[in-house]
Design a binder for this molecule. Structure first.
Ligand code: APR
Length: 238
């Protein structure tokens, strides 16, 4: 950590921040990709080949959401957002996660760069609607009333993640970039740390174990997010 007080912080989270809430990560042992072939359930080609399989993959994860709760890490990040704002600073929280645990943990401003489980979009009219409903090809769009075009509002492999401009601006103006609970396997999210370092922004990794780009971080702390994030937030908020 540099001596300068960090007031403008950018945080990138991954599935590891939700692990202690009971949401499966992707690449850990018994992770999501050990049970499903991502090409079948998380690509436009997979959706075109078998939309019912893809809908059921996301319907099952959407159905599980009410049964999980935000953990101490989610709540600490919400406290960090409030604390930085109170002292004239800013937290930009970018998440790769499609669950709503950051929201339910109290965070207000969240950039879901891989989309959101609780939203759906219509291929016919482009409408994005908040819906916890089970998605299927039979479901008609609330706006254009056409069926057959509904898909999860989730970014699949090969599609462009969202909020990249806002993320780049935030990193360029940050005092500190922090990566929490991500393996650093998927770009462009995994490239944010290199972007920060190239701009002279200190970078910190809070993870269960070293990520694939751990060598790029200026400061690292390892352990479960629920245990290491709250004390780090207390340090930042002094
Ligand atoms: N606390 C902190 N970190 C944890 C915990 C925990 N309790 N449990 C696991 N981790 C760490 C793992 O060590 C790993 O580095 O979280 C990371 C999870 O990595 P992945 O399973 O690869 O998940 P993520 O990095 O979020 O994947 C990125 O890949 O499949 C796509 O779109 C999907 O958003 C996802 C993206």
């Amino acid at each position: 950590m540099t001596g300068k007080r960090a007031d403008n912080i950018v945080i990138l989270t991954g599935s590891g921040v939700s692990a202690e809430s009971g949401v499966a990560t992707f690449r850990d042992k018994d992770g999501v990709w050990s049970k499903y072939d991502y090409r079948q359930v998380a690509t436009p080609e997979g959706f075109a080949a078998d939309p019912a399989l893809v809908h059921e993959f996301y319907n099952a994860r959407r159905r599980a959401l009410p049964g999980v709760e935000p953990n101490a890490a989610h709540k600490a990040l919400a406290e960090l957002e409030r604390g930085l704002k109170a002292r004239g600073g800013k937290l930009t929280l970018i998440t790769q996660n499609v669950d709503d645990l950051h929201e339910r943990g109290g965070s207000q401003h969240i950039l879901h760069m891989h989309g959101e489980l609780l939203k759906s979009e219509c291929a016919h009219c482009g409408a994005v609607t908040v819906s916890a409903a089970e998605l299927s090809l039979d479901l008609a769009c609330e706006r254009c009333k056409q069926a057959g075009g509904m898909r999860p509002h989730v970014v699949w492999f090969g599609e462009m993640p969202r909020h990249l401009d806002e993320a780049a601006d935030a990193i360029a103006n940050a005092d500190l970039f922090v990566s929490i609970g991500t393996s650093g396997s998927v770009y462009p999210a995994a490239g944010f740390v290199a972007e920060a370092r190239a701009l002279g922004v200190p970078a910190m990794e809070l993870n269960l174990e070293p990520s694939e780009n751990a060598h790029l971080f200026t400061d690292v702390r390892y352990g479960p997010a629920g245990e290491i994030v709250p004390p780090w937030v207390s340090e930042i908020l002094g």
